[in-house]
Design a protein around this ligand. Structure first.
Ligand SMILES: [Zn+2]
Length: 435
């Protein structure tokens, strides 16, 4: 496999106005600090930031240390106070997205974006796709589409620019129907929701076994999995069953969809550095900590040192593809969705078990196509979902889960149940449901 440099670097060099040869982490950081100074002046348009940043001279922010003295923002600043963060008039907002807050208390937060905010995201996604897509390729998008600003819609626009043919299928509900669509349309690339792709791959595997040799076989050249957190176990399944190269896109609503994309080296996410600055708050000794993001160019609701609630790490080594820019490793998952060890009230990432850790075990079991997870005090109940007649090895999964949950003082009960379709409105974000 050739190790081509991530095309994202060329975009960033262009955005910051230097040639690719001169691009370095230091050049990028100097440029980002200048953008942060512009941002500090810009956010004075919002009541929230005007109050929060009173007395701070944007021009005084010269180093990353200066920047880190600025106040953090969090989703509690957002929830219910959205209008006070707006830097434009409400009439100029193109897209308003409501998402549940990450805390256990419930509630939701709303994020506003303009057409320009969406356009920047779209430009990044187009470039990210050129990591593996070429003119004339055929791609099926198994994510929501149809409405302006939806992921499917954004991806379709990007593909039109690349000269690729796109079919917006939408999220998978009827797995057999999705399988037939893939067999009929023969895409080079699928963009999809990780768990749904894991189920579709299993379905393909079972079909190939049942039908005459090779007849049911599906090969997909590349798969792009888009979510805030994708387990390696799912990527490995798609490599094994479809023979695919698998790329992960990291996105969050707060970033206006696009955040970063893996290159061929599989060494973390190449980030959207010319629009975002990622930092780790209070890193532990391995460098992991809560990720905070600053968005330089969002017109509607720019975020300054916004705590994402996700645990991750920033890798500053040079990527095997040759990129010298920092990459995001992880994210491991949300703090609110992790299990702290016994006797600790405050979740700590260094010793907590994340749902991602459970997923890495659960999706290694080939027959598992989804799961549910509930926690009752010190016991977790996990229900493994599988196709009718395709029994997973629950004893083996249970024993592996005990291996990581014992140290957290949590016992685990594993059951199984059949499924053959996903709910129409499927929320791929796995949560540990507290009862
Ligand atoms: Zn790379």
């Amino acid at each position: 496999m050739s190790m081509e440099r991530s095309p994202i670097d060329s975009k960033i060099a262009q955005d910051i106005g230097i040639d690719l040869k001169s691009l370095s982490a230091q050049k990028l950081e100097e440029w980002q600090l200048a953008e942060i100074r512009k941002l500090l002046a810009y956010v004075g348009r919002s009541r929230f930031y005007r109050e929060r940043l009173a007395g701070i001279d944007p021009d005084s922010i010269r180093t990353v240390d200066d920047f880190r003295k600025l106040p953090l923002t969090s989703e509690s600043d957002l929830a219910g106070h959205e209008n006070s963060l707006l830097c434009i008039s409400p009439g100029e907002v193109t897209r308003m997205v409501t998402v549940p807050t990450t805390g256990t208390t419930g509630g939701s937060k709303r994020l506003a974006f303009t057409g320009s905010d969406l356009m920047r995201s779209l430009k990044f996604i187009t470039v990210a796709y050129t990591t593996f897509m070429h003119e004339g390729d055929r791609m099926i998008v198994m994510m929501s589409g149809g409405t302006q600003g939806s992921i499917g819609d954004v991806v379709k626009h990007s593909m039109d620019q690349l000269g690729a043919e796109t079919c917006i299928y939408g999220p998978v509900s009827d797995i057999r129907d999705a399988y037939e669509k893939v067999r009929e349309w023969k895409p080079d690339v699928i963009t999809g929701i990780p768990v749904q792709m894991a189920a579709l791959a299993r379905y393909c595997e079972l079909q190939a076994r049942e039908t005459a040799e090779g007849d049911g076989l599906v090969q997909i050249r590349e798969v792009l999995l888009s979510a805030d957190d994708v387990p390696d176990a799912i990527c490995d399944r798609l490599r094994r069953v479809w023979g695919s190269r698998v790329f992960r896109h990291f996105g969050m609503t707060e970033l206006c969809i696009a955040g970063g994309c893996e290159c061929c080296a599989d060494m973390g996410y190449h980030l959207r550095h010319s629009d975002h600055y990622f930092e780790v708050i209070d890193p532990d000794e391995d460098g992991y900590g809560e990720l905070a993001v600053t968005t330089f160019h969002h017109q509607a609701m720019p975020l300054l040192r916004y705590r994402t609630g996700d645990i991750g790490r920033i890798d500053r080594s040079v990527c095997a593809c040759g990129s010298p820019l920092p990459r995001l490793i992880g994210p491991r998952g949300r703090i609110s969705n992790s299990i702290p060890p016994v006797g600790e009230d405050e979740p700590r990432w260094s010793s907590s078990v994340f749902i991602r850790d459970l997923e890495e075990i659960i999706f290694r079991e080939p027959a598992v196509i989804d799961f549910e997870c509930e926690r009752h005090d010190r016991e977790i109940s996990i229900c493994l979902k599988h196709f009718p007649g395709d029994m997973p090895d629950t004893a083996s999964v249970s024993s592996k889960l005990r291996g990581i949950l014992d140290k957290a003082g949590i016992s685990v009960k594993v059951t199984e149940s059949e499924m053959d379709c996903f709910e129409k409105v499927y929320n791929s974000k796995k949560k540990i449901v507290f009862r």
